[in-house]
Every structure is written in C-alpha cells, then in structure tokens.
Design a protein around this ligand. Sequence first.
Ligand SMILES: Nc1ncnc2c1ncn2[C@@H]1O[C@H](COP(=O)(O)OP(=O)(O)OP(=O)(O)O)[C@@H](O)[C@H]1O
Length: 807
Amino acid sequence: MKQAATPAFAGKWATMNPALTPWVLDTIHHTFNFESLTPIQASLIPLAITKNKDFLIEAITGSGKTLSYVVPILERLIKRESALALERSSSTESSGGGLRKGLKKNEVFAMVIVPTRELAVQVWEVFEIFFEALRKAAVAEMKDTTSKFEGDGPEEPLAGEAEQQTIIEATYPSPLLLVSGQSQSRSTTTNPPPAPIIISTPGRLASYMTSMTSSSSSASTSAYARARRALSLDQFEVLTLDEADGLLSSKDHLKNLEVIWKALPRQRRNWLFSATMMDLLSERNANGQVGLGALGGGAGLELAGLRNLTRVVVRVEAKTKKRKAGEGEEEDEETSRKKGNKKEERRTPLMLQNTYLTCHQAEKTLQLIRLLLKQTKEDESAKFIVYFATCAAVDYFYNVLKRLPVLSNFHLCSLHGHLQPNIRTNTLASFTTHPSLPTSPAVLLCTDVAARGLDLPDVDVVLQYDPPSDPKSFSHRAGRTARMGRRGKAVVLLAKGCEEEYIEFLKLRKIPLTRHRYLMDSDEATEANSETKTSRDTVDAKTFDLMEQMRDIVIKDRALNDKAAKAFVSTIRAYSKHEASYIFRLKALDMFGMGISYGLLRLPKMPEVKEWRERVKKQKETQEADTEVQATGGVDWTDREVDWDNFGYLDKAREVHRQQEMATAAEKREETNAQRRKEAELRQANAKKFEAWSQKVEQKEKKLLRREKKDRKKDWEAKEEKRLLEEGGGLAGTPRAALHKKKQEQKPTIASPVELKPSVASDGSEDASSEEASDLEEDYKEVKNERTKRHRPTGGMVGGGMFDDML
Ligand SMILES: Nc1ncnc2c1ncn2[C@@H]1O[C@H](COP(=O)(O)OP(=O)(O)OP(=O)(O)O)[C@@H](O)[C@H]1O
C-alpha cells in the first residue's frame, strides 16, 4: 500500500521568477527537501509576491497550499523589513542590534487564521522551520562579523554568544501562536507580546486583540478600537484565511472575524485558501442569497473589504472508463489513466481510491471492523482515520473498540473538541509518532475537528462511519490520505436502501465514488459470495454476535452505558441536522439497527425511538408496506436484561455518589409517597364530609323543588278553575267538579273495561254512539269512585280492587 506515484510538479523552486531570498530557498531545498513546485505553488507564489491583489484559491487536498502562502508572506516580510530598515536607520528610530531589522517590536505584519487549534499548530511549525533557519543564518552572519572584527582588532566590545542569541531571538521572534490552552512563542508570558506574524483560530485572536486594552481604554470603547490599539497594525499587510470556506460558513467564526477585520487596516492583502473554496460562492444562505454577499446572514466578505478577488483554481482531470452497472469497481485513477479512459474533471486527488460501502444500519460496526482487518491483512495498511458524527460517538467507540479482542493489536487514539487541549495535543502526537505497521496499526477516531488541513503523515485509509453533516467536509476528510502523490483509500459507510442517493449527490459535486464490496467474515469471504451478500436483504448473523460482545464490554461499567446512550442520542441529533437532509432523513433512520450497531443495552427514551417502535409494530401487525422499515433487514429490538439498580460504575467515587443519589432518591420517593398517602386520606375525609353536606343540600333542594311544583300546580288549578268558570256555565256542578271532569277526560291511560270512543265526531256533530259513550263514561266513573273509596288507607287494607279480582 505504501507505494507512491510521482505527484504532478510544475517547475523548480530554484528557477522561480521572481527568485526567492537565498535563505528561504535554502530552507526549502535543505530542510524541507523539496526541489519542485506543485501546480498551485507555481501558479500562486509568483503572483502573491508581486501583485497587490486579493486571492481566492482552490486546489485539492494535500497539494501544498500551506507553502503557497507561507513563502509569499516571508518574501513580503523580508522586503518590508529591508525597506523599513533603510528608512529607519537614517532616522532616530533605529531598531539597534546591528542587524537588518525594520519592524518594531509590537508591529504586526501578517496574520494566518485557521479553524482549529491543531491546524494552527501545524502552520506555526512550518513558519518556525523558516525562522529557525533565519536565526541560524543570522548567527552565522554575526560570527562572520565577529571574526572580521577580531581580525581587524575591534573598536568596541562585541556581544558574547549568549547575548548574540538573545539579540537574534528578539530580532527574529517566532510567529505568535494563539490557540486554546497554549500561547506558543519564544515568550513565556500568559499574554505574549505580538510578533510580526500571528497564527490563530478566530476566537482566540479576537479575544487576544480585545483583551490587550491600552490604559486609556474604557468599558465603552468598542472591541475593534481596543483591538486596533492593542497591536501596532500600521505595517500590517497580509491576512490569510486557511480553510476559508469553513471559517466563513460558521456563524461563530464570522462573529470573531468581524472583530478582527474591523481592527485591521483596509489597505491589506487578503488571501483565502481551501480545497472547496468555490463551493462557498455557489452556496445559498437562508434568505436565498447566493455568493459572497450572502455569507453569514448578511455580514459577508465585504466586511473584510473583499471585493475584487482574483480566483486561482487548480483542478485535476481523471481518465475514467465506462462502467457497467453493478460492476465491482475498485480502480484508482492511475490505472484508469493507463487504460486510456476518457477525461473527467474532479476535486479529489488522483491517487485517492474514493469508495462507498452499503450495509444495513445494524451492520455498520461489523463492517468497520472488517474493513480495518481486511486493509491491514490484504493491503498492508497501517494508519487509519475513522470519522464519526459527534464527540460523544468518538468517545464511546474509542472506549468499546479498544476493548474488543479482535482489535487488540490496534493502537487506538481519539480526538474531538470536548477533550482538553493538552490531551488533544498528546493524542495527535501519539497517532503520528506511533511506529505503525500492518501488524500494529494506528487508528485515529475523530470528529470533523481533524477533517481540514491536518497533514498527518502516511495515512493509508480514511473510513467515514458517519457521513459528514456538511457535504464540504467529505473531500476534506477523504483528503487526509492520498496526499502529495501517495496512494490512499477512503470508504464511506452508507445505510442500505436509504442513503445511496448521496453517491449521485457527490458525483454532481465532482467527487465520484466507486462501490466497495460488502465484507464477509474472513472464514467465508470469497469474491463470489461477497457479491451475493451485497444484494441480500437479511442482516448478517455475525452482527448480533458483535452486539453481544459490545454489550459484554458495556455491562462491566455503567460509565460506558452512559457514554453509549449519549453517543446514540447525539448522533441522532446530528443526523437531523444534515445539510443534505433530503438524503439523510431522520424518518428513515433505523433506530433498532443503530442500537444494535452501538451494542446498546437498552434504547434511550426519545420520541424518535418511540415513533420507530410504533412503525415497526404496525408493519408487523398489519403487514402494511413501510419501505423504510423493510429496508432495515427486518431487525427487531430486545433490551438486555440488566439489574439497573445494581449496575454500578467502576470508578469508586462515582459509584459512591450514585449510591448516595439512589438513597436520596429513595428517601425522597418515600417522602413523596407518604405525602401522597396523607393527601389521599385527607381527600377521602373531605369527600365524606362533603358528601354528607351535599346530601343535605340535595334534600333541601328537592324539597324546594317539590314545593315550587306544588305551588305551580295550585296556581294552574286556580287559573283553570277561573277559566272554566268563565267559559263553562253549561257544565254541571262546581267549578272544581268541572275541572275534575276535564282532567278525567284528559286522562286516557287507565284502561277502562270498555274502550271509550270520542263523543264528538270529527265534523263536530254528535253521532249515535256519543250517548252510549256518555253512559259508559258514567258507569266507569262510578266503578272508579268505588275503587278509590276502597283504596283509601282505612283499616290498613292494601290492594285488592276490582281489577285485581279480574287477574
Ligand atoms: N513542493 C513540494 N514538494 C513536495 N512536497 C511538498 C511540496 N509542497 C508541500 N509539500 C508537502 O505536501 C504535503 C501537503 O501539503 P499541505 O499540507 O500544504 O497541503 P494542502 O493543500 O494545504 O492540504 P489541505 O487542503 O488538506 O490543507 C505536506 O506534507 C507538505 O510538506
């Protein structure tokens, strides 16, 4: 795997026009051991040295962009120093020391801003190589002068060696490195003095500039004014933003950059570098604005005074062959070129074998492990980088994978933004200096903190466990391998049946991917069955063995279970924020598969999981086609049986704390329960009281109602009586009797032995039957009166009337 192809070069450093300062050229030749320029260096360096323009630069990863700005900054600095030295030596402001030095101690000439502390350290180291060489040259020059003076007989005493060193270090101070947890320069003070070149992340630089307030500044002074006063920026010339698209598409970075831009003089050179620089120009912001003006929700590059940017773009062309659909392709571009295939523009290195592997969500960890094993055994790879979506996921997988027996010979390191700065530094050093061999490979598990700009030597394979949320990161991640003409391989894991559209998406961005075959267990791995496996619908049985192995690790320490849950939840949150959200749909994310792949003991309680459970249940019960659930390979979920109360932390202090918390919680629960019981009893007692009272009220109300009813009846009867009196002179008896009669007429319900017929025909005339009816009515009344008499409760007799006899 460690073969290297010749990178494309474009001319020699020695013959560059304009010629480089001798000690700069010397350093490139003898310290870096570079003889030729890369295409981007050949295109940009002469322009950047000679033209007073602002540049927007895009060139693929690992193509030497760092030297493309380091060298011009140095050349411009040298020119400015000479000019000032001349100007100032004739005035009283001579810097002294007898060496050619024009800038004053606090005068800043250039700044390089990068998104991460690791990249800042790396850039600082490149500058420092030149400054070391410069100091060595100055020492040699001094020695020369000394021996000359000694030969000639000195006129004044010369400085000793230690003193000379101090003068030289003060004259050529190292660039000032401003990053979290560290301020590296020759100075050891916490707030180091400025040097001609400052390298920093935006946040640290902005706070450095604003914290260096002058004595006259007040709280009301603006941040920019304070920043301007803090440093002497009169001689400022070059502002470089490396990974500029990353910096400018982050709101946090933009806020800090605004402070810096406003403090810097408008008359300056701006150089913006990235492997994906042009993506930024075509990106839309939330308001639909396109291009530079759209950046940062309106802040835009115009804040930085960037208007007339000259674009310098170096792309690669690859010869590609026509492929048959479904063909297993794993061919690098060099092989393709040799076969004379047609040209295609691309934005990734030619020597990068950029691939994707599809598998079920549940199989991702299994495939990751098989990739690591296969690459070391078959391709002799020794250095890997594995990208995850979140810090928590890196942390968890680092802790579980390093305990898996199958990876016992791997040296695992973890790098993410939640680690302390010194741990980050040590991790990176441990990864880069590890004597990686296929028998003892090194693996860096990380987030996008290590996606951009890091020049980690000899990385053979980049694996993306989670595709990046920001598609721009994809080529930066993959670009940590195949740098400067070396061969390299990148594999992104995509969930089968739902994430494959990403392949087409990247193709449109000129990042073509080829398919990587699904990897079988080494026992059964043959090309033939691997190919069949790619089209399978069921989940690899080994997935569940791995899940149990991971669970066995997690069950040993509750801390791992916490990490697992955090990793799972944070990854789901990150998934929901994918910029390509129409491809990476949260709705289609197989929660059970993910839980299996993470080796979880139980699934966290979150709405997304609940929803997924319901969908799987529905699919099972109703057999209703849910394509997203079906695409998972039919995995189900079962919690591991765990005695959660007795599942403790290995860390003793933490376990004691948990036990205490449990005891407190139990006490609290008991208190709450007691309180609840008391409340319930009180409620019951109150209810009883209320019941008795309410019954009384009810009875009273009923009584009142009855009285009202009675009164109303009386009123009505009185009215009726009156009315009948007025109308019914012809009716027999007293008004009350008439009323009684009328009532009887209206009361048809008591069954009479003979059916009563209407006494008045419908036309109003009396008919023959009406007399008969009237007689019958009289008989009936008599019978009824008789019965009523008998029914009167006299002598305690109950029941037994005429109708009863009839039964
Ligand atoms: N002219 C050259 N000849 C040989 N090697 C070089 C040359 N210039 C740079 N390199 C080496 O190439 C590697 C990649 O360079 P560098 O880190 O500058 O790439 P880059 O384009 O900035 O990559 P990225 O986009 O990932 O930041 C480094 O190890 C660097 O030392």
